[in-house]
Design a protein around this ligand. Sequence first.
Ligand code: PLP
Length: 396
Amino acid sequence: MEILRRQFLQHVGQTSDAPLMIEVARAEGIYFYTPDGKRYVDLISGVSVSNVGHGNREVVEAVCAQARDYMHVMVYGELVERPQVRYAEAIAGLLPEPLESVYFVNSGAEAVEGALKLAKRHTHRTEIVSFCNAYHGSTHGAMSVMGGEEFVGAYRPLLPDTRKLRYNAFEDLEQITERTACVLVEPVQGESGVRLPEAGFLAALRERCSAVGALLIFDEIQTGFGRTGEMFALLKYGVVPDMLCLAKALGGGMPLGAFVSSGGIMAGLRSDPPLGHITTFGGHPVCCAAGLAALEYICRHDLARQAEAKGALFERLLGDHPAVREIRRSGLLVAVELGDSVRLYRAMELLKEAGYLSDWFLFCDTAFRISPPLTITETQVRECCAAIRAGVLDKL
Ligand code: PLP
């Protein structure tokens, strides 16, 4: 085996026994390339990270400019750093009231941790409610509220006083009570294989939380920044949570997370006791500069609206193939359902051979993911679909 791959397996901590093992030399737009020039189409976007495409010039320039001015100077929250302030203001400007205060962290899992802590702090309650087949991150707190006992069991004990409801089960909502600190929900469930909320479900959840005084937290770590056809899914469904978790595309390709709430709720972290959540690198100026450049790019090119049209085109061009059972989709977050895992694994091999990077979902191994950069062109969508039909679906 070539030396770099051997060193990768030996010295880089592994997450499974079956890494993809493709070496990346460079990435541009919807493509990335190996050192020997093989081109792959990125149908994952680093899991909904690269919404503005790889190597986006405006983001790269923002990163370089900020790195030249200053990088890390002081832990989060002490100094006034222009990229952070400008980005927080821009995010708040896109969100409905009262979501105005942005607490920057490093990752999605940390955003979830911060939001859960803040909810307990604000309500003085301990119960945390989440949903079956949800994914919220891999730290202890985030794992406590995710689905999939097969991933979680070995790490118990986790957080006490958690409860899981069935997504879209209206009748489960009465289990949210005056004991509940918060309810954490993905407005569109990503890792369960793209499951959409039934009409009225998120509104009913909002109503129940308000009635019992529990905080409603939306995890838009995967759905944010245009992926579902609106800048945020909460705008699509017209439901305003008390808190919002962001990450992935938030950093424009750099590592960044955030939880957002009203100023009043956020105040809970700063006194009695102070330092309720602290982080060295959260809101790193280079990451904030990158994120702001990416956000401006999404807005200027209307990528959110385009995501809906491009997702619909994928659905139309793949949905009628006999090997496809169903397409589930929110904007350009697409699951192509094949009905069984054997066919899915075969499809994954064929996709890789054909130069397409896709994967299945953490809680759904019968469907493959199509979530390319939102910058994909209509021509590229058509090319992808023709290649996937001929090189993958026809061979199943
Ligand atoms: N929440 C959702 C909905 C996610 O999809 C993910 C990651 O896939 C996370 C949280 C965790 O984010 P991170 O990997 O940055 O910790």
